[in-house]
Design a protein around this ligand. Structure first.
Ligand SMILES: [Mg+2]
Length: 232
């Protein structure tokens, strides 16, 4: 008997670096539009545009590119040039082509857990984009199941975890986002581990945690030891 039978991992900023690509691209957009608008104004406007587009585009690079173009059009009163829009599109393409870089300790940790636990991957975003990242991560064959969700809410977790043929209380969700990985997984009845990433997208910010079924680890390499310490 184990306290945890299934370990479910988030992908972006939990297994591989992700948010820094967005932040680097946003920095390039600030540079591109510097003669039209100040950086903080652009950042705030882009966030508003992303927020209002989320229900239409969902998460992912392609929606981000469209939101950057829309932001550029609005903040320049339509004066952004075709060449500048072309540069925004190119930036988006290079984000999509970027190699998948695993976070320190991930490869060893996942390899260490695969003998003792059933491992699943529960990620969010554009299907095509996420499938490519999982394939390029080199980790795909270690997961018995991969789920790509358009939104990580309680209903989605309940559906995914219920299909695992194990009591949901024996599932542990591991992720960097309190809002997307921890809180809805707890509400679905699972246990959770929060492993913060060094940067968090503004739309993923949430209040600090206080719950008996969650723990915060600074590094994913601490996960096997934590799992071993749990009493069934
Ligand atoms: Mg994440």
């Amino acid at each position: 008997m184990r306290a945890v039978e299934v370990v479910a991992f988030d992908g972006d900023d939990t297994l591989w670096h992700h948010e820094h690509l967005y932040q680097d691209t946003q920095a390039a957009l600030r540079e591109l539009l510097v003669r039209h608008v100040e950086g903080p104004v652009l950042d705030a406007h882009l966030l508003d545009v992303e927020r209002r587009n989320l229900s239409l585009f969902g998460y992912g690079v392609k929606g981000f590119v469209l939101s950057m173009i829309e932001t550029a059009l609005e903040l320049t009163n339509g004066e952004v040039t075709g060449g500048e829009i072309g540069q925004i599109i190119e930036r988006g393409k290079s984000m999509l082509r970027h190699p998948v870089e695993l976070i320190d300790g991930v490869a060893d940790t996942v390899q260490q857990l695969v003998d003792d636990y059933r491992l699943v991957l529960v990620t969010k975003g554009d299907l095509f984009d996420q499938e490519g990242k999982i394939a390029r991560s080199g980790l795909a064959e270690l997961f018995e199941h991969v789920e790509i969700l358009s939104e990580k809410d309680v209903a989605a977790y309940r559906r995914v975890f219920s299909a695992l043929d194990v009591p949901i209380s024996k599932v542990m969700m591991v992720g960097n986002s309190v809002r997307s990985d921890v809180l809805p997984a707890l509400d679905a009845g699972a246990q959770a581990v929060h492993v913060p990433y060094r940067v968090t997208w503004d739309l993923e910010h949430a209040e600090p945690l206080d719950h008996h079924r969650v723990v915060r680890l600074e590094r994913i390499a601490e996960l096997p030891g934590y799992l071993d310490s749990l009493i069934p």
